[in-house]
Design a protein around this ligand. Structure first.
Ligand code: FES
Ligand SMILES: [Fe+2]
Length: 445
């Protein structure tokens, strides 16, 4: 397929998606309702488990370098094509089924490590004469080789995130996808957050734990005081100050949100937590337009008992780059993030085990008043699981070759190397910063 046609397809895909987003948004925007009810809700969220996922930050997808991950056990690869457009393809070479692990991206074309087949961004093999010895190129082979195609998912890069439209069934022609859910419902802008005005820090964290349990953890307000009280630098967040909250719960077909305010303390707001299916959470304080700080958490279901979270902290303060680099802001932030997630990890792993053993189920444990968001989340999850069954699309069992598991857990807390390296950098930079005044004093005396 020539470049011009390819560009047209990209444009039309983007156009259709945008139109769909627009029409869904118009339909939905009048449906917001405020409520504060103790009754068990019916499920009102329209997005299910299949649809748009934020799977990576833009910076992780570099020209010339494939990025591997899995989604619901399915191995996938992201890479940038010649036009710098991010593509998401199934990590299976259509020639003889090798993975692209160990392969390359050359001039924006994905290259298989096994026999060197190269693929254009439309998924066509572009070097038919080079993937095999000349003596077996006959007309039959030629026809066959021309018909092999990569399988892809729709992919959009927006505001520093890579989103893919996940159905569990990648297609050879990306224009054949029927986009049924709106990307708009995931975007900060559509909730009134002016995200581009913010600076942010970002970390990736990997857990060998149930994806849904991790989301549940991030919707759980009370554990923050108990488990993270010594790590979060806020004297009001501490196990000694643990308190009950009033909640204003907002549910419409795009989101589930709770505004927590102190029961005592003149109804002062503590925090807001917004869940947007299937895996995005916003945490902030005050109105979206004026908030000084937004945490965006994206939960990626890599596979059974395996999940990745992208945590982005946007801020309106501490924007001076020189100052933040002098005080080692991003390294220290990263250290705090890693510590918080390590604190949660043992709980998440043991809950996952207890669930696997049948000791607990998601909806049969006792709930506190503040667990209402958790209950609402489970209602959505059960409903979505009953309808879509994404875990049945690429099932694994104990005999499944663990190659993608073995290569997959890249980040802390499961892989602590990055946290160790971060601590080492903090130490070295601190020493270097101290070295200058010390040598100055030594010279003077
Ligand atoms: S398996 Fe990929 S080129 Fe042969
Ligand atoms: Fe936590």
């Amino acid at each position: 397929m020539n470049e011009e046609k390819e560009e047209k397809i990209n444009k039309s895909f983007e156009y259709e998606t945008t139109n769909l987003i627009r029409s869904n948004f118009n339909e939905n925007k009048n449906l917001n309702e405020l409520e504060n009810t103790a009754s068990k809700p019916s499920n009102q969220l329209s997005n299910g488990l299949l649809g748009w996922y934020s799977v990576s930050g833009s910076d992780s997808i570099k020209q010339g370098k494939p990025y591997f991950f899995t989604l619901y056990n399915e191995p996938l690869v992201l890479y940038r094509d010649r036009e710098d457009i991010v593509r998401c393809v199934k990590d299976v070479c259509p020639h003889r089924g090798a993975s692209f692990l160990g392969g390359e991206v050359i001039n924006g074309q994905l290259v298989c490590p096994y026999h060197g087949a190269r693929f254009s961004s439309q998924g066509n093999c572009t070097n038919l004469d080079r993937i095999t010895c000349e003596h077996i190129i006959d007309s039959n082979y030629d026809n066959y080789a021309k018909s092999i195609k990569l399988l892809q998912y729709p992919c959009i890069e927006k505001e520093g995130y890579i989103y893919i439209y996940y159905t569990g069934t990648p297609l050879a022609n990306i224009e054949d996808f029927q986009i049924k859910s709106s990307l708009n419902s995931l975007l900060p802008d559509s909730y009134g957050f002016p995200s581009l005005e913010y600076e942010y820090e970002e970390v990736y964290v990997d857990f060998k734990a149930d994806w849904a349990r991790i989301i549940e953890n991030h919707l759980d307000i009370l554990h923050v005081f108990w488990m993270h009280g010594d790590t979060i630098p806020d004297k009001n967040v501490n196990r000694n100050t643990i308190t009950s909250f009033n909640q204003k719960i907002k549910r419409d077909n795009r989101q589930l949100e709770s505004i927590y305010s102190y029961k005592t303390n003149g109804q002062e707001e503590f925090i807001r937590i917004k869940f947007v299916p299937p895996g995005r959470i916003f945490i902030y304080k005050g109105s979206p337009e004026s908030t000084r700080y937004i945490q965006v958490l994206d939960h990626i279901p890599l596979g059974n008992n395996k999940a990745r979270v992208i945590v982005r902290h946007y801020r309106k303060f501490l924007k001076n780059k020189l100052f933040t680099s002098l005080v080692l802001f991003s390294h220290l932030q990263r250290k705090t993030f890693y510590k918080i997630f390590s604190e949660d990890y043992l709980v998440l792993k043991t809950q996952t085990f207890n669930e696997q053993m049948g000791y607990i189920q998601k909806d049969n444990v006792k709930l506190l008043g503040e667990d209402k968001m958790v209950q609402y989340y489970w209602d959505w999850l059960q409903n979505a699981l009953n309808k879509e069954k994404p875990w049945d699309l690429h099932p694994t069992n104990s005999l499944t070759n663990s190659v993608h598991d073995d290569r997959g857990m890249l980040y802390p807390p499961e892989n602590p190397n990055m946290a160790i390296k971060n601590n080492r950098i903090i130490l070295i930079k601190l020493l270097l910063r101290l070295l200058f005044p010390i040598s100055l004093i030594l010279i003077l005396i």
